[in-house]
Design a protein around this ligand. Structure first.
Ligand code: C2E
Ligand code: CA
Ligand code: CA
Ligand code: CA
Length: 277
């Protein structure tokens, strides 16, 4: 509420304070969160749609404030990207992967952890060295760490192309994430060599819905095939969706039908029980 009778200067100060509160509170809280260690990772299995085998897991970031309140990455990642905090957050993600997953990946070199990188991370010329430092510390092959890059990366064509090439040369598989949800221009797909394409959950959700947009997923799948990209469908919630995707040649999937994201110790337990039933 605007206090009454404080004069123009007072009103201005009040407005500025409100703007700072709205735009400044979250970045400040993110800096505190980095210092206090309020971030942790959960891992969602990536499944071979034919065999139902768990072949890897995507690392997803969680922020629990000291008050116990959770903030969604869909809220804080864009803020971090706008405030030049994303590279520090990504560094924390890599450190968390190193401490969570070193044991598992040393024992299971056929398994992988997929890490989400923002455009600013990909375009940083140090990204390869940063990843190498992590895999070296973990004592694992670079192949065990996959990269997911949102299609926004391709707005920064030149540096992104160099980085993606270097990451692939270093042994990481690179997937394009959130494909078709925003900035897509098909031309970049032919200019970049990637390994796989993640089919966004907004398209998976249209399977069997008779929605006007439900034909789009068919086109995405055909395009991925013609570019010889592997496909990973996300947000699979029903058997019908899994069956459609499998029947159309999509190799991998993830979603609540198979498993929600979970802490590493749970993933390790579940992997062990799936091997020796
Ligand atoms: P994303 O990379 O597209 O991740 C997939 C999102 O779908 C995750 O949301 C996941 O929990 C959710 N999901 C998985 N299966 C299902 C399902 O069956 N149904 C539904 N409705 N949702 C499902 P989450 O964990 O909230 O992450 C949201 C976004 O935040 C991610 O989207 C990613 O863009 C970003 N993000 C998460 N962790 C990181 C990170 O470490 N670094 C960066 N740069 N971004 C991250
Ligand atoms: Ca992702
Ligand atoms: Ca996605
Ligand atoms: Ca997404």
């Amino acid at each position: 509420l605007l206090p009454i009778g404080i004069g123009a200067a007072g009103v201005l100060a009040f407005v500025v304070a409100q703007l700072v509160r709205i735009n400044g509170a979250l970045p400040a809280a993110l800096r505190v969160a980095l210092k206090r260690g309020e971030f942790f990772l959960v891992y969602q299995p990536i499944v071979d749609l034919r065999t139902k085998e768990w072949v890897g897991a995507e690392a997803l970031l969680r922020w629990r404030k000291s008050t116990g309140e959770f903030v969604s990455p869909d809220v804080f990642i864009p803020v971090a990207e706008r405030n030049r905090l994303i590279e520090r957050i990504t560094q924390r993600v890599l450190e968390l992967v190193a401490s969570d997953a070193a044991d598992l990946l040393r024992k299971r070199p056929d398994f992988h952890v997929a890490v989400n990188l923002s455009a600013q991370d990909i375009c940083n010329p140090d990204i390869c060295a940063r990843l190498r430092a992590i895999t070296t510390a973990m004592g694992i092959n670079n192949q065990c760490i996959h990269i997911e890059a949102t299609e926004r990366v391709f707005l920064h064509a030149e540096q992104a192309r160099k980085s993606v090439e270097a990451l692939r040369a270093q042994g990481h598989l690179v997937a394009i994430d959130d494909f078709g949800t925003g900035y897509s221009s098909l031309s970049y797909l032919t200019e970049f060599t990637m390994d796989s394409l993640k089919i966004d959950k907004c398209f998976v959700g249209t399977i069997g819905q008779h929605a006007v947009t439900s034909h789009v997923i068919g086109h995405i799948i055909e395009m991925a095939k013609s570019l010889e990209l592997k496909m990973i469908a996300e947000g699979i919630e029903t058997e019908e969706q899994a069956e459609y995707l499998r029947a159309h040649g999509v190799q991998f999937g993830q979603g609540w039908l198979f498993s929600k994201p979970m802490p590493m110790h749970e993933l390790v337990e579940q992997l062990a029980s799936r091997r020796s039933p």
